[in-house]
Design a protein around this ligand. Structure first.
Ligand SMILES: [Fe+2]
Length: 492
């Protein structure tokens, strides 16, 4: 999969979209409008005394009313019945086939913040369960009740959600990264088909139903954002195009069901980390028209216009940011969550150690692999594999394993393409990310030898220029001899 092939495949995926209801035109944050029936949207005002065609008007606010204009997100929905029309919510018992796998009654307490580097073997498929029950909270930080933090999930489902059910998260926006299988998602605002190599974002509160496409099991990753919303990163000196371009995001067209007589739907709500259910006598998917800038959207990673060094050294991985969610409390340029990808790309930097450098980061780095082999890590069994994951927490050292270092530091540096057929990604957060009990133990996928295998075998190449002719072992002895080897350093 060369860069060009990657784009060609994205174009093919776009053409396959003909059978679904996708609108291709979306600068994020721009107001869009969509009518499934002509005239469903009122002209010139949002809330006329009587909405067109006997519809109800409902406003969906994704930010505070008073958020600044360039951050304000809302949509106006014109629907057959308003979403308030349902019976009381009741907690979903743990015994239910729809319950959450990772309920979180004392949310802040069940994250284990540990400084070890962690890596997981590929997560299993689960053919028995549907979307809600398939959500495994693996890591995260913060608290949805405080609208602060993130949750990271692995999902693996083998069945569609039952008919006449819908789900929403009151806790945050879901950024969904399919690794296997296609999600056929009906949202209040229309349908979205999301395949591996595509991602989608379903903002907080929007109701949806997940069906498996062609009965194929699904598996993937989710980042839930408890605060704010994703946006495109600023491009600075790069200019007005590159990375993910706003023109490539896709949103659904309005599409509705008429089901409001002698019918019963179950609405599931993830709220404060717990799951609730309510019955209602009409479908939640009855929005005939909508307009606004708060909507679900998807993006094909094959369209990402990758930038990199054409002289020496490689830029920080932030150059691969697809979407970012700023954390205003942590200072300018700091994100509560960045979604970063590592696409196939040319490496041409001269006199440069081309893999990622050894690194400690104030940000936490959770990585996953959609397909192929990541260029900085050994692949195959026991390595970093598709459907697996890794976590390098705040200030936990990480970097290439021994084999990668030895090869990259001695190889001839001809232009080379890396990441062919591969797509790794990173959820990066300023927060210290903790791991759940499921992530540490229940899933039984943690590679206990990860650190030992990766960095234990690293060789000492140090040769003390002042002790000419000593072997590595002797040089090491010299360093540890208790003598002060400090000297004045020049700036390099
Ligand atoms: Fe790093």
């Amino acid at each position: 999969m060369t860069g060009l092939t990657r784009l060609k495949e994205a174009i093919e995926r776009h053409r396959e979209n003909k059978d679904i209801n996708i609108k291709y035109k979306t600068p994020l944050t721009m107001t869009e409008k969509s009518e499934a029936v002509p005239g469903a949207l009122p002209i010139g005002q949002n809330s006329p005394q009587k909405a067109p065609h006997g519809l109800y008007t409902e406003k969906l606010s994704g930010t505070a009313f008073t958020a600044p204009r360039n951050e304000n997100q809302q949509s106006w929905l014109y629907r057959i019945l308003p979403s308030s029309s349902h019976q009381n919510f009741q907690p979903v018992p743990d015994s239910s086939s729809q319950s959450l796998q990772s309920p979180s009654p004392s949310f802040g307490k069940h994250f284990n913040a540990i400084p070890n580097q962690l890596r997981w073997d590929p997560f299993d498929f689960d053919k028995e369960v549907s979307w809600i029950h398939s959500l495994h909270l693996i890591a995260g930080a913060g608290d949805p009740q405080m609208k602060q933090g993130v949750g990271m999930y692995i999902y693996a489902a083998g069945a569609s959600m039952p008919e006449k059910t819908a789900f929403y998260s009151g806790d945050g926006d879901f950024l969904i990264v399919p690794q296997h299988g296609t999600l056929d998602i009906r949202t209040e605002m229309g349908n979205i088909l999301v395949r591996p190599m595509e991602i989608c974002v379903i903002p907080r509160g929007i109701r949806y139903h997940v069906k498996l496409h062609n009965e194929e099991p699904v598996r993937g990753y989710i980042l839930e954002l408890y605060q704010g919303h994703f946006q495109l990163p600023e491009l600075g000196p790069i200019g007005s195009n590159a990375l993910a371009n706003s023109r490539d995001f896709q949103i659904p067209k309005a599409s509705f069901i008429e089901d409001f007589e002698n019918t019963e739907w179950t609405l599931y709500s993830k709220f404060g980390g717990n799951l609730f259910q309510a019955k209602q006598h009409h479908t939640p998917f009855d929005v005939v028209g909508w307009h606004g800038n708060y909507y679900p959207y998807k993006y094909d990673l094959g369209r990402f216009n990758t930038m990199g060094s054409i002289s020496f050294d490689h830029p920080d991985p932030s150059i691969f940011t697809v979407l970012t969610a700023p954390s205003h409390g942590h200072g300018h340029g700091t994100a509560v969550a960045d979604f970063v990808i590592f696409p196939p790309r040319w490496l041409v930097a001269e006199n440069t150690f081309r893999p990622p450098w050894y690194h400690r980061n104030t940000m936490s780095e959770f990585m996953g692999l959609i397909c192929g082999a990541y260029d900085a890590k050994g692949a195959g069994k026991g390595g970093f594999q598709p459907a697996g994951a890794s976590l390098h927490n705040t200030m936990s050292g990480h970097g290439p394993d021994m084999q990668t270092y030895e090869k990259a530091s001695t190889m001839e540096l001809a232009p080379a393409k890396v990441g062919e057929g591969s797509m790794a990604f990173m959820f990066e957060s300023v927060l210290m990310v903790g791991v759940t009990e499921w992530g540490l133990k229940t899933c039984a996928k943690v590679q206990e030898e990860y650190n030992d295998h990766s960095w234990g075998p690293l060789k000492v190449h140090w040769k003390n220029p002042g002790t000419r002719g000593l072997s590595n072992g002797e040089a090491q002895k010299g360093v540890g001899d208790g003598k002060d080897h400090s000297s004045v350093h020049d700036t390099k």
